[in-house]
Ligand binder design. Sequence first.
Ligand SMILES: Nc1ncnc2c1ncn2[C@@H]1O[C@H](COP(=O)(O)OP(=O)(O)OP(=O)(O)O)[C@@H](O)[C@H]1O
Ligand code: NI
Length: 307
Amino acid sequence: MSILEVENLSVSFTEYTKGFRREKRTYISSLDLSVKAGEVVAVVGASGSGKSLLAHAILGILPKNATVGGTIKYNGKLLTASRQKTIRGTEIALIPQSVNFLDPLMKVGKQVQTAVQNGDAKTKQRKVFERYQLKNEVEKMYPFQLSGGMARRVLLSTATVSGARLIIADEPTPGMDKAVLLEAMKSIRDLADTGCGVILITHDIDSALTIADKISVFYAGTNVETSPVQHFSGSGEKLRHPYSKALWRALPQNDFIGIEGTQPHASQLPPGCLFEPRCKMATDDCKKERPEMRSLRDGMVRCIYAT
Ligand SMILES: Nc1ncnc2c1ncn2[C@@H]1O[C@H](COP(=O)(O)OP(=O)(O)OP(=O)(O)O)[C@@H](O)[C@H]1O
Ligand code: NI
């Protein structure tokens, strides 16, 4: 059973534009994603494609000017605002993209200990620090005394000791050296192997490939494809959506050829398929309406022509 089911999610912000007019802009639209217990689902896509917003919508930590549509279910039950508040940090844990999520006034050892729900907090904190190669003296430090990579390892430690069943890791690895990065990836995989559902948001497709079960590709606030990780191989012939194929081919180890144009901003979304203006395969039918997410060869795709 899915531990998390996101259906037709939308996130809009009421913003003040020129002339102090209020305008509602949609940054996530018709997004569908499910995560099973024991599974790592990697979320990849360009900057600004809505990856962090998805994380914040699941946790219920969007700013006040946000409107959320669609449904999010956790363990089969609707995730209401009050339920989000109750299980945040205990059943659902975030490894945030920004290290500013650390409490600047609390020693980091204590912060990690606070996240422990069962067992001896201090022992668990020391064990996890050892695992991420954080020396004993680090526990007595304040966040400002840490390097970026160390701060990220502290955030990772917090989620690891929490005992949460759903972990959302938002870019957990920048600034980490290779050895620590591998350890971090391994521990994220371990979390899934002990029955957690994991969403791994990352720009690092290579690392995602080593631990993910599925990869979901985001574009302009929706996911255009979700596929088994094995399909991200070769020249991308097993992939379904033209954007995922292009993204895959643009990687340095593949053809390293980018795609022309840019991702549309929320203020100028095309009426049909969001990728249509840049898609070489697009026809007039692609301009008419947003393609629905449909099942195709063990995966999901939002393109009327995908085969
Ligand atoms: N509070 C907000 N008010 C208005 N717009 C916002 C707000 N938060 C995010 N956005 C916009 O929503 C879009 C998606 O942002 P998001 O942070 O989810 O991107 P992302 O995919 O995580 O990018 P990155 O890879 O750079 O982290 C961006 O265009 C961003 O400017
Ligand atoms: Ni982000």
